[in-house]
Design a protein around this ligand. Sequence first.
Ligand code: ZN
Length: 239
Amino acid sequence: MINLTPLEFKDRLFIGVNVKSEHVSLPHRDTPLLNQAQKIFPVAFSSLIVGEQIHQTRIECVGTVPASPPTILPGTDGLITAVPGTALGIFTADCTAVMVYDPTTLCLGMAHAGWRGTYENILEKLVTTMITAHGVQPTDCHAVLGPAIGGSCYEISEALAEMFRIRFPFSKPFLSSAPSGKPRLDLRGLQRAQLINARIPDDHITMSSDCTHCRADLYYSYRRDGTLTGRHLTLAVLL
Ligand SMILES: [Zn+2]
């Protein structure tokens, strides 16, 4: 069973990952808020593993609970575990945090998917890796796509729209025209189609409709606020 727990903080959790060295700690400036979150979700924060998130498609299988959390895996945008008590985390601010869970093999996968990861189809790679590493059947899996920039707010170049049309013929319903004349991409809609293409049943997919760009009251947005915006942490743990 997937249990979605919304967390609300008085202050926002301003954390993110942009590191080049291996297995470094999260920045100390975030410690008070991490401690606050830790009280609400103690199991998750005692074993948190996140990827460096460089908009590529490296998937890492996590086999053991780290001794000194949190752990950052360099060059990684996707994480998989079948170890109970290991929490996987994804940072986002417009990109989508995607969770895939197989209740049969008790395997959990998470991925960070912006346009680059979506173009390289990190979600199919996540599911494929869950199949090869853990014997997962995609038809057994459930998936969740979190808040992300919505199709009405995400303008892209015509060149990029054409790249998506060519690589993913099924992407056409998720491309529209903005009033400016530029193409717009419904990133989550396309990601959902990619998950269905990877044989996860449509009715096993839960998708947030919240747009991070529109909802300044709730979410960070890289497009809206620029490089100094914070990041949301989406985390999941097998209990
Ligand atoms: Zn919006």
